[in-house]
Each structure stands twice: as C-alpha cells, then as structure tokens.
Design a protein around this ligand. Structure first.
Ligand SMILES: Cc1cc2nc3c(=O)[nH]c(=O)nc-3n(C[C@H](O)[C@H](O)[C@H](O)COP(=O)(O)OP(=O)(O)OC[C@H]3O[C@@H](n4cnc5c(N)ncnc54)[C@H](O)[C@@H]3O)c2cc1C
Length: 290
C-alpha cells in the first residue's frame, strides 16, 4: 500500500521545529518508523489526522551519546542496536542495554529508536521499565524552549504521552548511579525472539549489610502503562533483605497489579508468573547470584 502522506526531512532542529509548529495535529515525527509505518498501513485511529511525516534522521545532535558530570545523555534518535553495543551504557546502565538487546529482531533494533519506543508508549515497550528504575528524564524541545520531564510523568495512558504536537524529545538523561546498586531485568514473551513482551520487570537495589537502603521496582506489559511501584519501595527501605522479604514483596506486587487491572481473563496466568519472576529477580539481587 502506498501511503498518502507528505514527507519532509529537515536538516536541523530549527527547521524541524518550524515544520512541526506549522503542521500542528497533521504532522507526525518519524524516526525509525517501526511503529509509525505499520500504524499508518493499518489505518490506526491514532494516526487518522496525519498528513505529513517529518523525518528526524538527519539531525546529528539526536544521535549522540554523551557522558556529562551528572550522568549519561542519550540522543532521542539512538537506536536499540547502538544502545546494545555502547560500552558505557552496558557498564553503567546494564538493564537498559539488556532491554534494548531483547527488542524485536536485529533488523528492528537497527531502526527502532529509544525515543520512538517511549513516545509510542505501548504497555509492552521494553525500554521503559529500565528507564523508570534509572529515574530517567526526557528533554523536550519546542519553539517555546526546553522542558525536562521524568519518564514516569511523561507516560499518560496507553499509547498516549504528555508530548505536545509542536514538541520533540531531544534526549534522554540518565542520572549517575551511586556505587553499590545491583539490578536485574526480565522479559517474558511468547517465544524467545521477535516477541512482544507479556511481562517485563526491572529492579534496582542498594543493599548495605543486608539492609535495603534503596530499591526501585518497575514493570511493563502487566498494567495499562508501565509503572514504578513507589509505595511498595517505600515500605521496605531499612528492612533486612531476606528470603521472607522477597516472598512478601512478590505478594504485594501481585496485589498492586490486581488493584490496577482488576480481574482479567489473563490474570490466572499472568499474576502467578509475575509474582514468581519478581521473586526470582529479588532473590538474585539478594544473594548476588546473577
Ligand atoms: C516486528 C516488530 C517487532 C517489535 N518488537 C518490539 C519489542 O520486542 N519490544 C518493544 O519494545 N518494541 C517492539 N517493537 C516496536 C518498535 O520497534 C519500538 O516501539 C520502536 O522503539 C519505535 O521507535 P521508532 O524509531 O521506530 O519510532 P517511530 O515509529 O518512528 O515513531 C514512534 C512514535 O514516536 C514518535 N517519535 C519518535 N521519535 C520522536 C522524538 N524524538 N520526539 C518526539 N516523538 C518522537 C513518533 O511520532 C511516533 O508517534 C516492534 C516493532 C515491530 C514492527
């Protein structure tokens, strides 16, 4: 099917912002196109107003990964293949590198960008749970200037975010992680490769003398929007990290998920699997047995 839309490829951010502002609701940024093109082909209701695709691939600053004093800045147009291979991301933010390596196939990872994954905001977007536990911020730009927004606040509803039509995500900022944090990422799909996630979990914890000093827990695909479990985290700070605590936390995570989703046809399968996988992740962190 030939798509009946205009196409432009601005050479810099100024041109891009002008085109976005001019196109309003009829404009759509395209990066890797791995969500946009299938959605247009399927005549997704989310894209009925789109008359113009604005390609951001030629804008150099969106493709950079830079270390700053505060942490790491990942350009919005960086692909999952680049993230998977990047030595600093692998070393300092391994949960993101692991999640990136599990997205789709090699062909998809070579095109799919990190910002595209976040802005599309599918419940099963693999990069989001790691970004949530890393307290990542998005830097968003329009002709009115720049704003910085935590990923957790950016995600509004399934396939909806707080991005305005004249705005672009320019980069994702990951604050430095203090020494002593241990983390785990888990993805369950229906098969091993090219699988849409049924469950994703990311956990990051700082444990000192067997006591939880900090813990960050996020899930994807089990709730309508990927989520940080702040209440659960708060209740276990300062507690001894034991097998009993892992069991308790897994039960509580299950309860929180049920409160959000209610009983669904998939609950009989998903709930025990989420609890069991979460328990295993926690035990790996607790015992240091990766
Ligand atoms: C076969 C297949 C398998 C897949 N498997 C997985 C998987 O396992 N896990 C997973 O998480 N995803 C998967 N996906 C989904 C997809 O690849 C990702 O969501 C991808 O990261 C989207 O990035 P993109 O660059 O292709 O975005 P695009 O399709 O170009 O854009 C997606 C959305 O983001 C917006 N956007 C893109 N960049 C910006 C920006 N800088 N600023 C503002 N808005 C922007 C676009 O306007 C659009 O709304 C799969 C897709 C396919 C086709």
């Amino acid at each position: 099917m030939i798509l009946n839309v205009e196409y432009s490829c601005p050479q810099n951010l100024k041109e891009l912002l002008e085109q976005l502002a001019h196109a309003g609701e009829t404009g759509k940024i395209i990066a890797g196109g791995t969500d946009v093109i299938p959605a247009l082909r399927q005549r997704s209701p989310r894209f009925v107003r789109v008359k113009k695709l604005i390609d951001i691939r030629k804008i150099d600053e969106l493709h950079r990964v830079e270390q700053t004093e505060k942490g790491l800045s990942i350009g919005s147009g960086v692909t999952f293949s680049e993230i998977t291979r990047h030595p600093v991301i692998r070393e300092k933010f391994p949960l993101l590198a692991q999640a990136a390596s599990r997205v789709g196939s090699v062909q998809i990872r070579n095109r799919a960008t990190i910002a595209g994954n976040i802005v599309n905001n599918a419940p099963c977007a693999d990069s989001v749970p790691p970004l949530l536990v890393y307290n990542a911020n998005l830097v968003v730009l329009s002709n009115n200037g720049e704003r910085v927004i935590p990923v957790a606040e950016f995600l509004a509803a399934p396939y909806r975010t707080n991005l305005q039509t004249d705005e672009i995500v320019t980069r994702i900022e990951l604050p430095n992680i203090a020494a002593g944090y241990r983390g785990e990422f888990y993805k369950l799909g229906r098969r091993r490769a090219v699988a849409i996630s049924r469950i994703t979990l990311a956990v990051l914890a700082k444990v000192e003398n067997n006591t939880i000093e900090d813990i960050r827990i996020a899930s994807g695909a089990v709730t309508p929007v990927a989520k940080r479990f702040f209440d659960l985290e708060k209740n276990v700070i300062g507690k001894e990290f034991s097998k009993e605590l892992c069991i308790h936390l897994s039960r509580e995570l299950g309860k929180s998920v049920m409160e959000i989703t209610g009983l669904r046809y998939s609950s009989a399968y998903k709930l025990p699997v989420v609890q069991q996988m979460f328990y295993q992740l926690l035990r790996r962190i607790e015992t240091g047995n990766h």
